[in-house]
Design a protein around this ligand. Structure first.
Ligand code: IMP
Ligand code: MG
Length: 195
């Protein structure tokens, strides 16, 4: 059965998130100190909240762009086919590109995106993700900046959704152990839609 809000418990409070995002911002800023053209790419929709907080800790010369991915679900299992729902508005050739993502799970979305964007010859191309769930990885993905590594639990809030809802929670919540076990016993993977 589809989990409801009552099945979730707080995982990262607003304070914990904000502290970590400030640290990430400082780390990225010092790594990019020689960059003249930093483009922050928000992967819609999940990364909107993270991105909007992160960019306020980055140099005022950054620019922002947005894209959206979707993946085909072949039967009950994800086929791993990812494509652009819509693409960047500007060329990235010769620029320093920082992809900002909510969570790296199987890695299918980010491995597709790294390949697609590196073909456009940016000067540098890096991933910054708020959350990393390595347990379900199907593709190796180099992640330059990670907010938090988490166990294999379904999470919502701070941009992350369950069927489009709860993106506006100001904290991250995780499915409780009982519901997570129920979910794990179910072969459907419908909760983990990209975006
Ligand atoms: P990947 O391609 O499997 O790495 O998954 C990428 C997308 O799946 C993320 O951008 C999220 O939108 C979604 N996703 C993965 N895990 C979760 C989760 O625990 N909660 C909400 N969305 C998730
Ligand atoms: Mg999603």
């Amino acid at each position: 059965m589809m989990p409801s809000f009552e099945d979730f418990e707080p995982l990262f409070t607003t304070d914990v998130l904000q502290k970590r995002i400030e640290e990430l911002g400082h780390e990225i800023s010092s790594d990019m100190v020689d960059s003249k053209n930093l483009v922050v790419v928000c992967v819609l929709k999940g990364a909107i909240v993270f991105m909007s907080d992160l960019i306020r800790h980055l140099p005022h010369t950054v620019t922002c762009d947005f894209l959206r991915l979707s993946s085909y679900q072949g039967g009950t299992q994800s086929t791993g086919t990812v494509r652009f729902d819509f693409d960047l508005t500007q060329p990235i050739k010769g620029k320093d590109v920082l992809i900002v993502e909510d969570i790296v799970d199987t890695g299918l979305s980010m491995s597709f995106l790294l390949k697609a964007l590196s073909a456009r010859e940016p000067r540098t191309l890096k991933i910054c993700t708020l959350l990393d769930k390595p347990a379900r990885r199907r593709r190796e993905v180099p992640i330059a900046y990670t907010g938090f590594q988490i166990e294999d639990r379904f999470v919502i809030g701070y941009g992350l959704d369950l069927e489009g809802r709860y993106r506006n929670l100001p904290y991250v919540a995780a499915l409780n152990a009982k519901k997570q076990a129920e979910l794990d016993g179910n072969s459907e993977d419908a909760l983990h839609a990209p975006g």
